[in-house]
Design a protein around this ligand. Structure first.
Ligand SMILES: Cc1cc2nc3c(=O)[nH]c(=O)nc-3n(C[C@H](O)[C@H](O)[C@H](O)COP(=O)(O)OP(=O)(O)OC[C@H]3O[C@@H](n4cnc5c(N)ncnc54)[C@H](O)[C@@H]3O)c2cc1C
Length: 302
């Protein structure tokens, strides 16, 4: 790891930190340290970093804004690469918009609404990055990333890059080809948007945000929906009907407002959240015979 550290520093890939606590990089405010933590300053630096990882056979993990992550208390072994400010370019060419993977989708939605470009209204309240949103096919309000994406620039594990068209990314409900079949890092993405009245776009975003405020907790750290909806059922509804709203283990609590949100009411550990997740899964299975899977990604040393 020392050699990797030295070579990353010598290559000027960006910020390189040791033993960086990940609690500060997740919206749940939970998670132990990463042995090495990189915030690359450009696409080239991401490529260079992966080249170094491959040279030393060093395991690594990529994260965005940490809004769909439960990082375990012992932290993450090896290197964590956070795509952030170094990859937040945005180029608007009529309705075609190219955006860096580190860009916040909330900010993208606001910026494009002001330009009268429609398509990102659904994302106004999703606190992830463009890259994380492509990986997850993030969505809400009857739309998702696959509806507006044209193609994405992917760095594969062997260090090669390729632009994949929307059809090739095999998007489904909160899934993409990047999750299992063809893992890689989304470096940037191109979206096809349509021109519409700014007033209408902003009104739609306002409506979406207000709906969220009424139905989702805002006052505590969380990671959005913990479970995937076992469609046609909704996880939040099953949790509520099983009588688990407000149920608490340690500092982790099922939100009083939304059954599919676990909030950190103060000092929650990843262990608290894991115990609560298991308890909910067992209760929902015993009550309704339905297995619910996590949507939040659980990563780190067990
Ligand atoms: C309050 C709140 C509300 C939310 N509402 C919604 C919602 O309505 N709809 C919805 O879909 N989600 C929602 N989420 C969840 C979350 O915002 C999305 O899943 C988002 O897409 C995650 O992006 P991220 O950058 O935070 O990814 P992270 O949490 O950092 O990472 C999640 C996964 O994506 C991978 N990843 C991250 N960046 C990249 C990249 N550049 N290339 C390849 N893989 C990458 C990581 O390895 C990890 O496996 C919500 C979260 C919160 C906290």
């Amino acid at each position: 790891l020392e050699k990797v550290h030295q070579e990353l520093l010598a290559s000027n890939v960006g910020e390189v930190l040791r033993e960086e606590p990940l609690a500060g990089h997740t919206t749940m405010k939970i998670g132990g340290p990463a042995d090495l933590f990189i915030i690359p300053n450009s696409i080239e630096s991401v490529k260079k970093s992966i080249e170094i990882m491959n040279k030393y056979k060093q395991p690594w993990t990529v994260i965005g804004r940490g809004s769909n992550l439960l990082v375990l208390d012992k932290g993450i072994e090896g290197v964590v690469i956070k795509l952030d400010a170094g990859l937040n370019h945005i180029e608007i060419n009529d309705g075609l918009v190219r955006i860096g993977a580190g860009y916040s989708i909330v900010r993208v939605a606001t910026l494009l609404s002001r330009q009268g470009l429609s398509g990102f209204e659904f994302a106004a309240g999703i606190p992830g990055s463009i890259g994380g949103a492509v990986y997850m096919n993030a969505g809400a309000h009857h739309s998702d990333i696959s509806n507006i994406l044209k193609r994405a620039h992917i760095l594969f594990l062997d260090g090669t890059t390729e632009w994949l068209n929307v059809e090739d990314l095999e998007f489904g409900y909160r899934t993409s080809i990047l999750q299992k079949k063809r893992p890689g890092i989304c470096l940037e993405a191109e979206f096809q948007l349509t021109h519409q009245s700014r007033v209408d776009i902003m009104a739609a975003m306002k409506k979406n945000k207000e709906y969220r405020k009424e139905t989702q907790p805002f006052n505590y750290p969380c990671a959005g929906s913990i479970f995937r909806n076992p469609l046609p059922n909704y996880a939040g509804n099953l949790v509520e009907r099983a009588g688990l709203k407000g149920y608490q283990i340690g500092g982790a609590k099922v939100s009083d407002l939304h059954g599919n949100f676990i909030v950190n009411v103060g000092g929650a550990t990843a262990q608290d959240v894991l115990k609560l997740i298991s308890f909910i899964q067992k209760t929902v299975l015993d009550t309704f015979g339905i297995e619910i899977q996590t949507e939040v990604e659980i990563i780190g040393k067990k």
